[in-house]
Design a protein around this ligand. Structure first.
Ligand SMILES: NC(=O)c1ccc[n+]([C@@H]2O[C@H](COP(=O)([O-])OP(=O)(O)OC[C@H]3O[C@@H](n4cnc5c(N)ncnc54)[C@H](OP(=O)(O)O)[C@@H]3O)[C@@H](O)[C@H]2O)c1
Length: 321
């Protein structure tokens, strides 16, 4: 079967298509014929060597949707030909991918493979950050950076469902228009406007109750200064490549929290199937929807990575066979 392999860190050219054996499955695993595979910014960070992995070579890819090819002896919930979506630690950029049955979910007939593969990473990340980690309450304000990203588009829709007042930043006007269409109340172009001033003005000087921060550097530093008393900032990415700086006096004198979130590590410590079922139910009921930015063929994986690196995403980017 064909799979994308990274054998050395570098630009998109290090993403090579290779003929490899299909993944072996253990008793608790499911083998899936990939119909769509999510591309995440973390894959770009992985490719350039800025994401923790166990070593090279690696086939990236944290999520696939498709049909079950076969299951391990201990798997009773799934059978060949079932339509599923799955999360995995790696291996999604391939014609076939294996995942533990505990991370495989049946999908409603009404959703395409592209739509379902767009859900796990982005919507679970957004859900856990807003609810468990961010403790967002109805009527609170939330600032969502990189609002047109895969995670950003998910977070806006979920924050709207949770009854929050939503501020959203992005680097282009059409990204801000998408954020408004999804439910953002106030949008800010952080390349031309001072988001801290706008947040302060828009919250009567208090600041935001919750901030979802994935850029790092100046964006992180400035965000800390626009938290309301008792505010929470969740750091969940460093898209700009430069980490932020935590000012402990600012935290202690304002009762602020800076919280890290990493979906993969969270599920290693707290495995739970219900949140993904909840997302699938919300999508099936039309209360949230996957936002698809672009699809690329597996062979066009380098173009897909270029697309993300050039900040062109407006929603989710996916690979198809
Ligand atoms: N911790 C976790 O579990 C977890 C899970 C999923 C994603 N993430 C993180 O969440 C962020 C969004 O991920 P995604 O897959 O949804 O990303 P995406 O759709 O590719 O969007 C990334 C966005 O980040 C913004 N950005 C800011 N500085 C950038 C830079 N120097 N280079 C490229 N983009 C930059 C851009 O939006 P603007 O042009 O509007 O600035 C860009 O469109 C990433 O930082 C990712 O690592 C973390």
């Amino acid at each position: 079967m064909k799979a994308v392999r990274i054998r050395e860190f570098g630009g998109p050219e290090v993403l090579k298509i290779e003929d490899v054996p299909e993944p072996a499955i253990g008793p608790g695993d499911v083998l899936i014929q990939m119909e769509a595979s999510g591309v995440n910014y973390a894959d770009v960070m992985m490719r350039v060597g800025m994401y923790p992995i166990n070593g090279l070579p690696i086939t990236p890819g944290f999520e696939v949707a498709g049909r079950v090819v076969k299951v391990g002896d201990a798997v009773t919930e799934f059978k060949a030909a079932d339509r599923v979506v799955a999360m995995m630690n790696a291996g999604g950029y391939a014609e076939r991918a294996a995942a533990p049955a505990a991370r495989v979910f049946s999908v409603p007939e009404s959703l395409s493979a592209v739509q379902t593969a767009a859900l796990p990473v982005n919507y679970l990340t957004a859900l856990h950050m807003l609810r468990e980690f961010g403790r967002l309450a109805p009527g609170e304000s939330v600032l969502i950076h990189a609002a047109a990203s895969g995670v950003g588009t998910a977070a806006i829709q979920l924050a709207k469902l949770f009854g929050a007042r939503i501020f959203a930043t992005a680097s282009a006007e059409d990204k801000l228009a998408l954020a408004r269409e999804l439910g953002a109340h106030e949008t800010i172009n952080y390349t031309t406007q001072d988001f801290a001033e706008i947040i302060k003005a828009g919250t009567g000087g208090r600041g935001a109750d919750l901030i979802l921060e994935c850029v790092g550097g100046d964006v992180f530093d400035k965000s800390l200064h626009c938290l309301a008393p008792l505010g929470r900032l969740i750091t969940y990415g460093v898209a700009g490549g430069v980490p932020g700086t935590v000012l402990t006096p600012l935290l202690l004198f304002n009762n602020l929290s800076v919280i890290g979130f990493h979906l993969g590590r969270y599920y290693q410590t707290r495995p739970n199937r219900e949140p993904m079922h909840e997302i699938l139910r919300l999508v099936a009921a039309g209360r949230i929807r996957p936002i698809i930015s672009a699809t690329f063929r597996l062979e066009e994986v380098a173009r897909a990575h270029d697309y993300l690196s050039q900040r062109r995403t407006r929603g989710k980017v996916l690979l198809v066979p």
